[in-house]
Design a protein around this ligand. Structure first.
Ligand SMILES: Cc1cc2nc3c(=O)[nH]c(=O)nc-3n(C[C@H](O)[C@H](O)[C@H](O)COP(=O)(O)OP(=O)(O)OC[C@H]3O[C@@H](n4cnc5c(N)ncnc54)[C@H](O)[C@@H]3O)c2cc1C
Length: 458
């Protein structure tokens, strides 16, 4: 059996690893030429910005490609236990650094992609055709049989055939049009949100900085700030920090050095600016404008062709400030592997896998759309209805109580890292803990250890 993957980003590489467990050979077709080192590339422009891989995504990657997170760590990536290595400012208070129940995997995006690629290609089963555009699908409404591809240099066009084809070409996917060309109905699309402006800069942390320096987060506060501006500092490989700040349209961060710093200082707490002041910049400030949340409901298309599945951002793309896209892409690959393992080549397997892909992104979708609705209402000066106001008040209280209540903080992190369903925030335990209030008094100062504090002394 032959597998074909369109797009060699994270979702495509993981999908190829999933197909390799079922196919004799797998080919990935990618527009870019892949760097031979962990370097940024054109097809992943977001790679300059903070990329936090949630524990659920890390577990899924290790399930598909055992040893990948260890390999990433050996290359300098960090497994950041949270909340122990987490300093966050939300609604005017700092969290307590309770014992950890979840992990953020932190590395620059190029290092993460490079490591996953090396692991996926190590079996020898996966082949890469690079510098090549996918320009269409072949087959018919009942089965996709391959793709038409065009070499970017020679402009030569070629038809590749396969028994199973996966589209992982990201947000710019052309699959809805290609499917209608094959005679299938239009793909229902859901969109929500207004997009976010990002700006990021990489720094060398000050000399002597504690190697286990925490993630520092200044959360956006739609309640107080029309533009929901916030920022995060992630420690990555080689003692570097990536600092990303973001805000809604009208409140996007500037990309000049002074403006970037001033923006960080203007957040609800100036800590990120204080930390950057003591660190050494390693390059310019990079900007990025992200699009809205978008889901293509391939699971609703009837009939669905055999031998074809769409994954990653090509299927569901979320507001990146919540950090869920890569974890959902990893889950999508597990849906492919498990679907093929369970159902083999039975008729309808692609439809079953596509339904599982949509289900795998549902939590991330609900979290993103729920949060963005509030931000958008605030941005547009609209008064939320009563139900929304009650939900927001509950969410704010939960966030505030969790700062000083270990069980609730752990529950929030389980949900945030997509390790537990979102419905858990309304479980009797969560409601009771939220009503009972904090166990430990609120903290007025960032909870740094003495060793970490030295990063501020410069
Ligand atoms: C600013 C920003 C910050 C983010 N931060 C986080 C985070 O902290 N945590 C997280 O989990 N996620 C984050 N994300 C989301 C994450 O980047 C995406 O979810 C993830 O990269 C999706 O991977 P993908 O492979 O589906 O798509 P992509 O990364 O877009 O890859 C698609 C690939 O397909 C190739 N391609 C496209 N069209 C063609 C074609 N026609 N022919 C051949 N090749 C083609 C492209 O070159 C590319 O290599 C962030 C996103 C942004 C924009």
């Amino acid at each position: 059996m032959k597998g074909l993957v369109l797009g060699g980003g994270l979702a495509g590489t993981l999908a190829a690893a999933a197909l390799a467990s079922h196919c004799d050979s797998v080919v990935i077709v990618e527009r870019d030429r892949m760097p031979s080192d962990p370097e940024p590339r054109k097809g992943v422009p977001q790679g300059r910005h903070v990329h936090n891989l949630m524990s659920s995504g890390a577990r899924a990657i290790d399930d598909l490609l055992p040893g990948t997170i260890d390999a990433l760590e050996a290359a300098g990536g960090q497994r950041i236990d949270v909340p122990r290595r987490f300093v966050s400012y939300v609604l005017g208070t700092w969290n307590r650094r309770y014992p950890s129940n979840q992990t953020f995997v932190s590395a620059s995006r190029p290092l993460l992609d490079f490591t996953v690629r090396q692991q996926a290609f190590s079996s020898g089963q996966v082949e890469l055709i690079e510098g090549t555009d996918v320009v269409g699908l072949t087959g018919g409404a009942d089965r996709v049989t391959g793709a038409v591809v065009r070499d970017r240099e020679s402009r030569q066009t070629l038809e590749l055939t396969a028994d199973f084809v996966v589209d992982a070409t990201g947000r710019s996917t052309a699959t809805p049009g290609w499917l209608t060309d094959l005679g299938l109905p239009a793909v229902p699309e859901e969109r929500f949100g207004v997009g976010v402006g990002y700006a990021s800069r990489t720094f060398q942390s000050p000399p002597g900085t504690d190697p286990s320096f925490p993630v520092v987060n200044i959360a956006s506060e739609p309640r107080l700030d029309r533009y929901s501006r916030g920022g995060v500092l992630m420690p990555v490989e080689d003692g570097k920090w990536i600092v990303t700040v973001a805000g809604l349209p009208g409140g996007e961060p500037p990309t000049d050095e002074a403006g970037f710093m001033a923006y960080a200082r203007s957040l609800s707490h100036p800590l990120l600016a204080d930390l950057m002041a003591g660190a050494s910049p390693l390059g310019p400030v990079f900007g990025h404008r992200t699009a809205d949340n978008r889901r293509l409901r391939y699971d609703l298309v009837q009939p669905w062709p055999e031998g074809f599945v769409v994954v990653g951002d090509a299927a569901s793309a979320f507001n990146p400030v919540y950090g869920h896209g890569m974890s959902v892409a990893a889950r999508n690959a597990l849906s492919i592997r498990n679907g093929l393992r369970r159902h083999g080549d039975a008729a309808g397997v692609a439809r079953i896998i596509q339904a599982s892909v949509t289900a795998g992104g549902l939590d991330a979708w609900q979290l993103a759309v729920g949060q963005d609705l509030r931000s958008q209402q605030r941005l547009e000066g609209r008064t939320p209805d009563l139900k929304s106001r009650l939900l927001y008040a509950y969410g704010d209280r939960m966030a505030r109580v969790a700062r000083g209540r270990q069980d609730l903080f752990a529950l929030q992190l389980d949900v945030y890292t997509l390790s537990s369903p979102t419905s858990r925030v309304f479980s009797p335990r969560a409601v009771l803990a939220t009503l009972l209030g904090p166990v430990d008094p609120p903290l007025a100062e960032p909870p740094f250890t003495a060793a970490e504090q030295s990063a501020l002394a410069y």
